[in-house]
Design a protein around this ligand. Sequence first.
Ligand SMILES: Cc1cc2nc3c(=O)[nH]c(=O)nc-3n(C[C@H](O)[C@H](O)[C@H](O)COP(=O)(O)O)c2cc1C
Length: 401
Amino acid sequence: MSRNVSEKAETPRRVLVGVSAGIAAYKTPELVRRLRERGCEVRVAMTRGAKEFITPLTLQAVSGHRVHETLLDVEAEAGMGHIELARWADDIVVAPATADLLARLAAGMADDLLTTAVLASRARLWLAPAMNHVMWDHPAVRQNIATLEQRGARTLGPGSGSQACGEEGYGRMLAPGEIADAVTAGSEALAGKRFVVTAGPTYEALDPVRFIGNRSSGRMGFAVAEALAEAGAEVTLIAGPVHLSARGGIERIDVRTAAEMRDAVMAQLPADAFVSVAAVADYRPASRSDEKIKRSGESMQLELVPNPDILREVAGLSPRPFVVGFAAETSDVGENARAKLEAKSLDLIAANRVGDDCGFDAGENALVVYSSDREWDLGSASKTALAEKLVSVIAEQMENA
Ligand SMILES: Cc1cc2nc3c(=O)[nH]c(=O)nc-3n(C[C@H](O)[C@H](O)[C@H](O)COP(=O)(O)O)c2cc1C
């Protein structure tokens, strides 16, 4: 078992401001200043066209850093390259976001430094569209925005009023102060609450090289932990074997087996709430061979014994935390989830259908949340977006509990 608190806890919020080629780019230097006033460290990436509207020199002066302009630049890559920049950012704020840039982002293109950084980043993505109101109303733009929002991007504005083209309507970029406020707001809905979250699969060893595992990637659990932290909660994330890193301020404990996960959870209690997102193996091999099991040509029987039921055990404690379970089902999702909610005396259960093409090891998911007397259909979206919605439901229900 290993533990660490991610390094970013003490660092200021790191914001990459992306600038595309819209007339509203003249407001971006002020946005950089407003973000810095609010304690953010800011770097700027521009599209080629954006440089026709505002100079890199201005943005360098207000951000205090060299502006990132070109992808295929040996010198720039030797400094803070595009991947490093993508990893560095907690938030990426594209202001202004042109119709063209929205289309390129929605299509998943990586044809310049800004779009490549967005694709290579797990940062929150904020979009401040700015364009002529007829462009903003165009179905292509609307569809691109909807696609990006479904993947977890947050749209800020646009506002309405008189436009640079002399017309009136929706399409004005929000004021820099409004954008900076939205980006740095952070909800305090769960401030002072301590959460224990589990994520990922467990691996149950058969011999030194083989195990029984499952296809959980841990992404949903990590997204929930991050959304809770963003809502002000103190979060301990107990993760099975995954290839993920958690964002700022989350205490992380790595485990491998269900038994280790159970012990790590119990050691973290009492807590205000327990959210069990991990796909914990229900069974483990009755015995583990010390040597690698050799091929014999005979058929082989594998005896499995039940693993501890962590969710049931935590929900059975007295006093007990607020308990949220996850149900991954391949059929009759709602019915099975409700049955699990009742059988294990959970406060909430988030149900998703898993199969070959959805749920496990995928970026998107679809969740329905049940309590004993209510249900919330969170729809189908990125795991990040769903985690935020789930956290709102948890915060509301804990408030009423
Ligand atoms: C004077 C002028 C102003 C423009 N203003 C906008 C704008 O506000 N919003 C927009 O979406 N496109 C605007 N455009 C069009 C974009 O500059 C064009 O689509 C460009 O390809 C966008 O490049 P980028 O998204 O890579 O930065 C404007 C073009 C010109 C010539």
